[in-house]
Design a protein around this ligand. Structure first.
Ligand code: UDP
Ligand code: MG
Length: 314
């Protein structure tokens, strides 16, 4: 019995790329004679012809499995759903826009055969990205690794990775609503290796991520892995409190020595007031962030609903 490889590719309004993706990946997978394969496309509530195109592929190729979510849940949830339904002994997560080149899949499988459970595909360069994007990405890795303790996240690794069945089984137990898959795979553990590749430009269509979603993603990543920002709040609070006490002693001293400068103190009072006001706002924000998460997690809702699941793989 041949082992099964499942490709899990989420798609949100990708009518322009699905067929290109299908052709290119099929060429690679059909050449791997020791393996059977499944291409599981997860439709994340697309509003274009994605579903229609997927149905056409389903009719013509028994290797296709199609999972359709009841609405747009976002990339992370689409991946979680895909992993719940994929049947493979080996699973490869990739974007459907062909930014992740299928040609390196045989190399990933070699690594799996060597005994690795997770094979991360690492972008060699970030060419074509703005300096701001590169800079913010760099900052994010720095802050994340400084605050996430034992969880080590590799740099420049996106969604593209191979994972073994036992990693998928572990991952499936993590049902949190706020998901940061990259971090979750590090958290799960098991032997991991990286291979490098050149990230290509999108084959067609356009990115669904802009700066707002990127910032949200970074906040998700940090707050779902560490409570360190709460501790920073405490540290900064203690330090500013020390300065405030010193300043209070100084003001008090001026008052008892009837220092003639005392009347001029209005501006410094305002500064102190504003400073502490703003600090409080920042830390209320941080606390609110965690409170929001507790709220979301305690609701314990299912991650997604399935509208359709079709497969010929058994
Ligand atoms: N995607 C998704 N749901 C969303 C947004 C994106 O399933 O709400 C899919 C999208 O179809 C693609 C992958 O996630 O296969 C990555 O998205 P995109 O290419 O827009 O992101 P980028 O590569 O620019 O980071
Ligand atoms: Mg992309």
């Amino acid at each position: 019995m041949k082992s099964l490889i499942s490709i899990v590719a989420p798609a949100y309004n990708e009518e322009d790329v699905i067929e290109k993706f299908y052709l290119r990946i099929t060429k690679i997978l059909s050449a791997l004679s020791e393996y059977n394969y499944e291409i599981c496309i997860v439709n994340d509530g697309s509003e274009d012809n994605t579903v229609k195109i997927c149905h056409r592929l389903l009719d013509n190729d028994p290797h296709i499995s199609f999972l359709s979510l009841s609405r747009n849940f976002g990339h992370e949830i689409a991946v979680a759903a895909g992993l719940d339904y994929a049947k493979g002994d080996i699973i490869i997560l990739m974007d459907i826009d062909l930014q992740d080149p299928p040609e390196i899949i045989p190399q990933m499988i070699d690594k799996y055969e060597e005994g690795y459970d997770i094979v991360n595909a690492k972008r060699k360069s970030r060419e074509g990205e703005t300096w701001l994007k590169k800079f913010t990405a760099e900052m994010f890795y720095k802050v994340f690794s400084a605050s996430s303790g034992k969880v080590r996240m590799p740099k420049n690794v996106g969604n593209f990775r191979l994972i073994s069945r036992r990693v998928v089984n572990a991952f499936k137990e993590l049902r949190e609503t706020h998901r940061f898959a990259r971090g979750l795979f590090c958290w799960v553990g098991f032997p991991t290796i990286e291979i490098e590749f050149e990230r290509e430009a999108r084959a067609a269509g356009k990115t669904k991520y802009n700066y707002k979603t990127m910032i949200n993603y970074a906040i998700e990543g940090l707050t779902s892995f560490t409570t360190a920002p709460l501790r920073w709040a405490a540290y900064i609070g203690i330090i500013t409190a020390i300065f405030a006490i010193l300043y209070m002693i100084y003001v008090f001293w001026m008052a008892i020595t009837k220092d003639p400068n005392l009347q001029k103190g209005w501006s410094s009072m305002m500064i102190v007031l504003l400073f502490f006001g703003s600090l409080q706002m920042i830390f209320l924000g941080i606390i609110g962030e965690y409170l929001g998460r507790i709220f979301d997690e305690t609701k314990n809702r299912p991650l997604y609903y399935i509208e359709e699941y079709t497969t010929k793989i058994n």
